[in-house]
Design a protein. Structure first.
Length: 532
């Protein structure tokens, strides 16, 4: 809207004005849909530099509103073909970035308003909406009262989980150093498991934690790759014995590789009597706790200091949106607050207890994220969001059942929420890696991988707003098809290497297996790549 107004105000010439209003030049919805459906693979088959080679080295010197149409054509012809389509119903990689109409509308409204609510005074409604909406979401997730404004804690909306970790480590650090002296920063130790997201390591490094004081506690098959309270306690005691100072634990509810859930209550119990800040990273799986049946994942949080989850992952709030709740907002403000900024001070606000969100985050400026989250909660309702999450979990269970029904595959770790980890059994990590590459090369499904306990697994994370049963079934067929082709290729190689064995016998025997054979591409079985 702002661009159009600008163009109307100062058109370069009549042609430019005509170009701006010509529907033929717009990226019209029908064309967009046609191209999206017919042309774009989920993950583009492009090589590095593909776009920069097609664009000029420098920005245009002169403004040229007439070029908006040409620019939009570039979006269609150059940029969209190189985008990984996270909103494709066939996107099963990583964890989804869910989208909704109201989420997008909230983003659009925020972009149009373009406000900067760094203090209450800088935009009272934006700040107060954030206070309200973080309490709403916290209540919907059944967080303990002490993490909500209504219970003395409070929430904020940041961009990412990494920011949530960084802000809370810094709060914990400053609180601890105020007690033991700033010169002991080198003694502070932080704890997590080997399944914790790498962004925690980044946050710890930025917060000044020595590399050697980052404890990544190993997990195992026995504990389902969750952090063992006993192992945590042993590590903490060893550090204390060596004169170091345990500072912060990052527990995860829904780890990135397998969506494992650390036993938060037991971890807190193991740390009882020690002043260790406990943060719960529930970036993905926090959303599921909106459903009573998954609430177990986020229980016994009374003793935790902070929790974060990303509504942009699984709660229909378009990118970006990370909700962080803290039990002691004053600790955040003490570490991140600034009060010598006379210009920002509002005399009315200073006399009252208002939230200045600039003091809860790294930067001064911030986005109006509350609007989209409020719209999502208001329009979908908590029950609507439960239905959304449950739909994905049901589809993931169906996918899991299909994997288990094919004897060539295994599900090495239990399905957690809507994430299914699976692999071809009795074969190598390399073969499974080839399978993932082959599946993704079809352009009809996009999955990712995890390596846990030394085992390579494919990850099918169902969570896209547009994904339906048929997409899940199709994805599984693609996996089976590619697996068949790869296994047959492998048999050929094995047979060639084994002079005592007739290759065609082996292949023929394999072809008798209906599960392996049913989806074999027509033609020569060396044909691995399935055309889109
Ligand atoms: N924590 C977990 C468990 C995640 O899965 C992810 C990303 O997927 C992150 C943290 C990092 O999230 P962000 O990109 O919001 O920093």
């Amino acid at each position: 809207m702002a661009i159009l107004k600008h163009a109307d105000a100062a058109p370069a010439n009549d042609t430019a004005a005509a170009a701006m209003s010509s529907p033929r030049l717009a990226l019209d919805a029908e064309e967009f849909r046609r191209q999206g459906r017919l042309v774009y693979p989920v993950r583009p088959a492009v090589t590095p530099g593909f776009l920069s080679r097609q664009l000029p080295d420098t920005a245009p010197e002169e403004p040229d509103v007439a070029d908006l149409a040409a620019a939009l054509r570039d979006v269609r012809d150059l940029i969209l073909p190189g985008v990984t389509h996270w909103q494709s119903p066939r996107h099963f990689a990583h964890f989804s970035a869910t989208a909704s109409n109201v989420g997008a509308l909230g983003e659009a409204l925020a972009a149009g308003l373009n406000i900067n609510p760094f203090t209450w005074a800088a935009s009272p409604a934006a700040t107060e909406l954030e206070v309200v909406v973080t309490d709403w979401l916290g209540k919907a997730l059944h967080l303990p009262e002490n993490l909500l404004f209504s219970g003395g804690g409070g929430g904020t909306l940041l961009g990412t989980s990494c920011e949530a970790m960084l802000c809370t480590i810094v709060a914990a650090r400053d609180r601890k150093l105020a007690e033991i002296g700033e010169d002991r920063i080198g003694d502070l130790v932080v704890y997590c498991s080997d399944q914790t997201h790498f962004s925690f390591q980044k946050a710890a490094r930025i917060a000044g934690i020595r590399k050697g004081n980052y404890r990544e506690i190993p997990t195992s098959w026995e504990t389902g790759f969750t952090l063992s309270p006993q192992a945590l306690l042993a590590a903490v005691r060893a550090d204390e014995a060596a004169g170091r100072v345990p500072l912060y634990l990052c527990a995860t509810v829904g780890t990135t590789p397998t969506a494992a859930v650390d036993p938060v209550g037991e971890l807190c119990a193991a740390l009882t009597g020690r002043d260790v800040w406990v943060h719960v990273d529930a970036a993905y799986a926090g959303a599921a706790c909106i459903c009573p049946e998954f609430r177990n994942a986020l229980i016994n949080l009374e003793a935790v200091d902070s929790v974060s989850t990303n509504p942009h992952k699984w709660l229909l709030a378009n990118m970006d949106c990370c909700a962080l709740w803290v039990r002691r907002p004053d600790a955040l403000v003490a570490a991140l607050g600034t009060d010598h900024d006379v210009i920002l001070k509002d005399p009315t606000a200073s006399e009252m207890a208002v939230v200045d969100y600039k003091d809860w985050q790294v930067a001064l400026s911030r986005r109006f994220r509350a609007l989209k989250l409020w719209l999502v909660l208001r329009c979908h309702g908590v029950e609507g969001l439960r239905g959304f999450v449950r739909g994905h979990v049901r589809m993931a269970a169906a996918f899991e059942a299909m994997v288990r029904a094919d004897p060539r595959f295994e599900v090495p770790v239990p399905r957690s929420f809507a994430l299914v980890c699976f692999r071809l059994q009795h074969t190598t990590n390399e073969v499974n890696k080839s399978l993932l590459e082959a599946v993704n090369a079809t352009g009809r499904a996009y999955m990712s991988c995890a390596v846990v306990g030394g085992v390579y697994m494919l990850r099918c994370a169902i969570g896209n707003s547009l994904t339906e049963d048929r997409h899940v079934h199709e994805a599984w067929k693609i996996v089976q098809q590619q697996a068949t082709a790869i296994l047959l290729l492998q048999l050929d190689d094995d047979a060639e290497a084994n002079t005592h064995c007739c290759a065609t016998d082996v292949v023929d025997a394999k072809l008798q297996d209906p599960a392996a054979n049913s989806l074999l591409p027509l033609g020569h079985h060396h044909e691995v790549v399935v055309p889109i």
